[in-house]
Design a protein around this ligand. Sequence first.
Ligand code: ZN
Length: 399
Amino acid sequence: MNGGVKIISTDELIVEISEITGRKSDKEEKKRFIVNCLRKSGQLSRREIATRSGLSPATVSALVTELLDEALVVEEDAVKSPGGRRPTPIRINYEDGLAIGIKLNFSRIEGVLTDMSTGIADRCECQLIDREVETVLDAVEWVVRALMRTSAAAARPVHGIGVAIPGAIDTINGICRVSHRLGWRDVAFAERLRARLDVPVHIDDDSHAFALAQSLFGLGLTRRSFATLAIGDGISVGMVLAGKVHRGETGAAGKLGHVRHAVDGRRCECGRVGCLQAMHAVGGMLAQWRGTADRRTFASDFAGLVSAAQAGHASALAIARSAGEAIGQHLATFVNVADLRAIVLGGEAVALGDALIEPLGDQLGALVFGAPVVLTIDEHSDFWSRGAAALVTQIQFDF
Ligand SMILES: [Zn+2]
């Protein structure tokens, strides 16, 4: 070690230096701690912050004054009681600005305008005619400009745009390293979108963005470590470890959908044969659904499959059960390796309800080693694009 820099190889040197240059001052770390206390508690008085943080009341008072000046927190009205004036509650100022969250899908783009706690103010969608980078940039720009013209966006600044992209994402440099679904490799998407709109742009893998939203505003409020499972066009787990989303060394962590499920299964978007998601994500389930007789009575799309399952049709229930069993089996392996005991489920496929989730839970019950796993469902609409908006919130408040 020399001056905090350990020289071993070029790659390690880059990491060490970035850690040093990114290191926050002691004061900034204390402010970050206070903001996170407020995120988890909703609101606290200065005295309560001092008790929870172990900081002196004078230090808390000075730091809260700075946070008030930066408009990151606001004071609520103090409630008067017969015993005298009560302390003034402090809370995070989520209303000061707006975020835009964009989810890129194979054939369409979903966009939401949110406050800084990912509360939806407006939404906009756009179909994609192809997945060329310029086409997608045009479409995203159109959606963003439409959201910025809404009345909700009139009075407040847009702090940033978060874009959720299915793939392996370099979040630091804003580069999509690979997206099989979009057919992209090494696309500097964040910089190219920022050049068009002059608003900060943050990108991440869609399932990591989903995990981040859960970490900030969902299960993360009560647990420091947990997992998410998203079943949509793909199947991915997200890992939140000690309050941080684990993205892996190359941004590709959690790709459960690409484990081999069958030696002679369908070809996957990644080019391999028999991947779990090729057979049991939404596309795989639809391929099975379109080969059944029941689909003449119901629509051939995923909503049709959901309706048929809800109506109790055997073929739809069998497709959902088969997916639940297969996903649950591989998820149990993940749990046995990662030892995470709470999992939030999201993605389009959760609309299948118990037909999918019960067999999935049964597999976990049968195959997981040790303590049981608690499953919960994220039933918010717009879960993908809210996750994208959370990328902006994370940067804005430095949670
Ligand atoms: Zn695959």
